[in-house]
Design a protein around this ligand. Structure first.
Ligand code: ATP
Ligand code: MG
Length: 221
C-alpha cells in the first residue's frame, strides 16, 4: 500500500470576533491507498474540521497536507477545487441534493459538468446498483431519507474518486438503512481501490475499517 494522503503537524484555528480557538492541534497522519480509516471522538473534538482540511475546504494555519506526493496546503482555491472535483468524493450527514433535479439528474450533473460521455447511462447504472432503479425520476422530496442518502453517495462517487470522505453518512438514518448505505460504500471502495475516511460515532462501524483514529481536543490519542 502506498501513501495517498499525509497530514504533517496540522494546526487549525477558528477565529470569532473576540477569540481564536485552536480546534486542530498538531495532527499528523497517513492514509494509504485502498485503506479505510475510521475517525472517532467526542462531539466537538475536531472530526469534521479534520475532514474539511483533508477536503481542502479549510486551510491549515500551519502544517502540510500532502496528496499523492504533492504539498497542496498552499494551493489556490481553484487548484484545490480541481483536485476535489476529480479525486475526492465527499459525503455529509445532510444530503444537499438539488431539490428541483431528479435523482438521476443530481448524479448525472456531476458527469455532465466534467464532460464525461454517456452521463445519463452511467448514472442510471450506478443508481441501479444502489437499488434505486424505480426512483431515478423522483425529486429529492419524493424520496425517503435513506434513498436521498444513496443518491447523494452515488453523486459523490460517480467520478471514481481516489479518496472518499464521509462525515457520519448514516447519522440521520435508522439502523437498517445505515447498514445498507455503509455496505454500499465499503463495497464500492473495495471494488474501485478507493480509500475511505469515515467519521462515525458507531463503534461497530468503526471496527469494520482497517484502522481507527481517535481524536480528543484536536489531537490524535
Ligand atoms: N466555523 C467555526 N467557527 C468557530 N468555531 C468552530 C467552527 N466550526 C467548528 N468550530 C468549533 O471547533 C470545534 C470542533 O468542531 P468539529 O465540528 O470539528 O467537531 P466534531 O468532532 O465534528 O463534532 P461532532 O461530533 O459534534 O460533529 C468545536 O468546538 C466547534 O465549536
Ligand atoms: Mg462533526
Amino acid at each position: 500500500m502506498s501513501d495517498l494522503l499525509e497530514l504533517q503537524d496540522i494546526h487549525l484555528n477558528y477565529k470569532t470576533e473576540s477569540t481564536a480557538v485552536e480546534v486542530i492541534r498538531g495532527v499528523s497522519l497517513k492514509i494509504n491507498s485502498n485503506e479505510s480509516v475510521a475517525i472517532v471522538g467526542k462531539s466537538g473534538s475536531g472530526k469534521t474540521s479534520l475532514i474539511m482540511l483533508i477536503a481542502g475546504l479549510e486551510r491549515p494555519n500551519s502544517g502540510k497536507i500532502i496528496f499523492e506526493g504533492e504539498d497542496i496546503s498552499q494551493y489556490s482555491e481553484d487548484r484545490l477545487a480541481d483536485i476535489r472535483k476529480r479525486k475526492i468524493g465527499i459525503v455529509f450527514q445532510s444530503f444537499y441534493l438539488i431539490p428541483n433535479y431528479t435523482a438521476l439528474e443530481n448524479v448525472s450533473l456531476v458527469l455532465e459538468i466534467n464532460k464525461v460521455p454517456d452521463a445519463k447511462k452511467k448514472s442510471m447504472e450506478l443508481l441501479e446498483q444502489f437499488g434505486l432503479k424505480d426512483r431515478i425520476n423522483h425529486f429529492p422530496s419524493q424520496l425517503s431519507g435513506g434513498e436521498q442518502q444513496r443518491v447523494a453517495i452515488a453523486r459523490s462517487i460517480v467520478l471514481n474518486p481516489k479518496l472518499i470522505l464521509a462525515d457520519e453518512p448514516s447519522g440521520n438514518l435508522d439502523s437498517e438503512n445505515s447498514k445498507l448505505i455503509m455496505s454500499l460504500l465499503f463495497k464500492y471502495c473495495k471494488q474501485n481501490g478507493s480509500s475511505l475516511v469515515l467519521v462515525t460515532h458507531d463503534q461497530m462501524l468503526a471496527k469494520e475499517c482497517d484502522r481507527i483514529i481517535e481524536i480528543k481536543d484536536g489531537k490524535i490519542i
